[in-house]
Design a protein. Structure first.
Length: 152
């Protein structure tokens, strides 16, 4: 799995909105400036997030973007899928037509490993919501059961 810029920026934007959930809507340009992201990129990501019902927008002088649901009900997977349309690009599923080397078939012994990996990745990403990521890093690590190696 490779985390793309789309996924990373999508998560940054969604977290920005989660932090400001009790405030007025935020414009894409303001968000881009505050997060030090390219404004055009932010607008494209916000459009994707809006289409996936992760964020909603309001028009007008005081318009902008806000989360469409509470931060507790928006998973990291929701944001990544909205931002880049997949969490894991399984080549034999996304490019099966006309490729003899990797055609979708019952005799592929590698594909089950990739499918299992995709399921595990999706399960982890689904188990973490934006509200979790608003916590301090050590609390998030503990919640996820991550072991932090100490440098000697």
């Amino acid at each position: 799995m490779r985390i793309t810029t789309w996924a990373e920026y999508g998560l940054i934007c969604a977290l920005h909105l989660a932090r400001r959930a009790a405030e007025a809507p935020v414009t894409g340009r303001d968000m881009a400036v505050q997060e030090k992201l390219p404004p055009d990129y932010v607008e494209q990501i916000l459009l994707r997030l809006r289409r996936a019902d992760v964020v909603r927008s309001t028009r007008g002088a005081h318009g902008g973007y806000m989360l469409a649901r509470p931060a507790e009900s928006v998973s990291v997977r929701d944001v990544i899928v909205a931002s880049e349309h997949a969490t894991f690009d399984l080549h034999c599923v996304s490019h099966p037509v006309g490729e003899e080397r990797c055609a979708e078939s019952e005799s592929c012994s590698i594909r089950p490993v990739w499918l299992l990996l995709q399921q595990k990745i999706d399960a982890v990403l689904e188990s973490v919501c934006l509200a979790d990521l608003l916590e301090q890093e050590d609390l998030v690590r503990n919640r996820l059961g991550l072991v932090v190696l100490q440098h000697a």
